[in-house]
Design a protein. Structure first.
Length: 184
């Protein structure tokens, strides 16, 4: 059963440049470690779904034969293209969403989703991905966490500001009420 996920067109248009400059990057070793575990990736294709500014697509480009990033927001795709060029990596970026996942994209050895899975109809996405991921392939979900240590003391006041403004955000209840990814 698929669940209707509210759409928020243009939601990420204004934050595309921030996501390129201000969003924490993934540790460089992370892509290499995952690529080592997904056998055959060097001769295969990788899909970065919800690519945003292309951070994961760029990180994985040295480890896959071909990388395709997909995102519904044109401003994010423009940022991804600029970021890939700046990083000196080759990746293809296409406008689309989890709803456009089908065999026309071809098959993939690895699908990465960074900080975007919670915006998707997750059971439907996993069913769609099951049809386009090669045998022995994988889905890798990325998120961020901030352990309660002194170096992260900034996080609690920052989150209280976010929570204050989230009261008026129509997507807030979607995120607050979502099951964790493991449960899905």
């Amino acid at each position: 059963m698929t669940v209707a996920i509210p759409s928020f067109p243009g939601r990420f248009r204004e934050v595309a440049s921030y996501n390129s400059r201000g969003r924490p990057i993934y540790p460089p070793l992370l892509a290499r470690r995952i690529a080592e575990r997904v056998r055959g990736l060097a001769d295969a294709r990788l899909l970065d779904l919800g690519t945003g500014p292309g951070l994961l697509a760029i990180d994985f480009a040295p480890y896959a034969k071909r990388v395709i990033g997909v995102d519904p927001e044109p401003a994010m795709l423009s940022a991804a293209i600029a970021n890939a060029k700046r990083a000196g990596v080759v990746a293809e970026f296409l406008e689309g969403s989890s709803h456009s996942l089908d065999s026309s994209l071809g098959n993939f050895r690895l699908v990465t989703i960074g900080r975007a899975f919670h915006w998707m109809d997750r059971p439907d996405v996993l069913q769609r991905l099951d049809r386009i991921i090669e045998n022995g392939g994988a889905v890798a979900l990325f998120s961020e966490s901030y352990p309660d240590v002194p170096a992260n003391a900034w996080r609690r006041p920052f989150q209280s500001v976010v929570d204050h403004y989230a009261v008026r955000d129509p997507a807030a209840s979607l995120l607050r009420d979502a099951k964790n990814h493991d449960a899905v």
